[in-house]
Write a protein that binds this ligand. Structure first.
Ligand code: ATP
Ligand code: MG
Ligand code: MG
Length: 349
């Protein structure tokens, strides 16, 4: 088939559609908004609720394969498209609930941060008593860019933290004293073929990814092989097809699983110019049953920096820099914390 349906209409959908177009595919968006960053570069846009199984089924029937750029989609309406949905329903289900996800990876014998399910304030107090403080309370669903999270310095912060996340079902995580953060961006094909890109060293500011750099330094490099095997175990267990991203903390005890995303990922944007085949193209290749492309790095050093919110960027300097590739997502108004674009620089040794 040549028509790809993408659930979600943000910048990830935009960049997926741009890669799909190079391979001759047309992309169609299904999203609750009237328009979005993906709309500029796609062949069609269906506005519909993620809960509307009838509309979603109609959408799915109009395309050859369905994928998603956003994992917070109810799974029930997608159940009937399961034959044409990649990554599959199991992957979506696991990755959209932090508790399900942590239980899943713990069962695989991997190493998440210590965690407890929290359903109410009393449960939170009990969880703090077991895990200690500091700790981080995260809503089970819908969190991204550090939203839906509250940090606790001590048990005294329990009530404020519970209020801060809106009193929703949550997990409490023990605070990990990590040295660095990195991610494994992997792709798995229909035939089980598996590849990863170089693991980027990720720096977050205010809970939002700020930069991703490859190759990562020695500390991360020493843990990359183990993290890649952990990621492969996740992908194999889910019979996963497409790009899968897992975020890790590099700690003195080795890589600790933070979270996974069943999709292309911000920490993989460097691959657009920085790798032979980018994460978006390999996702398209995987879901369309094509052979995967080389994930080799295309320059000695690659740095991706997010353009966030209202920060003042020197456009002239970026555009004048021959190593820089500027990406703007076509979002109207810059709001604090909003990802407006990114810059990737290909550098020498
Ligand atoms: P994303 O936009 O990556 O989906 P998110 O909202 O799902 O973000 P997390 O990845 O859970 O958030 O956390 C955001 C950041 O907060 C992490 O990258 C890390 O810097 C910090 N953090 C999260 N959990 C912990 C922890 N258990 N211990 C220490 N730091 C943490
Ligand atoms: Mg997340
Ligand atoms: Mg994260």
């Amino acid at each position: 088939g040549s028509r790809i349906g993408i659930v979600g209409g943000g910048q990830l959908g935009r960049m997926l559609a741009m890669a799909a177009a190079r391979l001759g595919y047309r992309s169609y968006i299904y999203a609750p908004e009237a328009s979005g960053p993906a709309g500029d570069v796609t062949a069609g846009w269906t506005q519909g609720s993620y809960d509307d199984s009838v509309a979603l089924a109609d959408f799915a029937a109009s395309v050859d394969v369905v994928t998603y750029e956003f994992e917070n989609v109810p799974v029930a309406p997608l159940r009937m498209l399961s034959q044409r949905l990649h990554p599959n329903l199991a992957a979506l289900e696991v990755a959209q609930d932090r508790l399900t996800e942590k239980d899943f990876v713990a069962r695989l014998g991997l190493r998440p941060a210590p965690y407890r399910a929290v359903d109410d304030l009393a449960g939170l107090r009990a969880a703090i008593a077991e895990l200690g403080a500091p700790a981080i309370l995260k809503t089970r669903r819908f969190g991204y860019d550090g939203k839906g999270q509250a940090r606790l310095q001590s048990a005294d912060d329990a009530e404020a933290a519970w209020e801060a996340i809106g009193g929703r079902p949550a997990v409490l995580e023990g605070f990990i004293r990590f040295d660095r953060e990195f991610s494994v961006i992997a792709v798995r094909g229909h035939d089980g073929g598996f590849a990863t890109w170089d693991v980027p060293d990720n720096v977050h500011e205010n809970g939002i990814l700020a930069t991703s750099t490859v190759p990562a330094g020695a500390l991360i490099a020493a843990q990359a092989a183990e993290a890649i095997e952990m990621t492969r175990a996740v992908a194999d267990a889910l019979d996963y097809v497409g790009v899968l991203t897992v975020e890790y903390f590099a700690t003195a005890a080795g890589p600790v699983f933070n979270e996974m995303a069943p999709r292309v990922h911000n920490s993989g944007h460097w691959t657009i110019e920085g790798a032979v085949t980018c994460q978006f193209e390999n996702h398209v290749r995987a879901i369309c049953g094509l052979p995967l492309g080389s994930t080799a790095r295309a320059a000695p050093r690659v740095e991706m920096r997010n353009l966030i919110g209202t920060q003042a960027d020197d456009w002239a300097a970026i555009l004048a820099d021959p190593t820089a590739h500027l990406h703007l997502y076509g979002k109207g108004d810059p709001r604090p914390g909003r990802k407006m674009g990114h810059v990737t620089r290909l550098l020498g040794e």
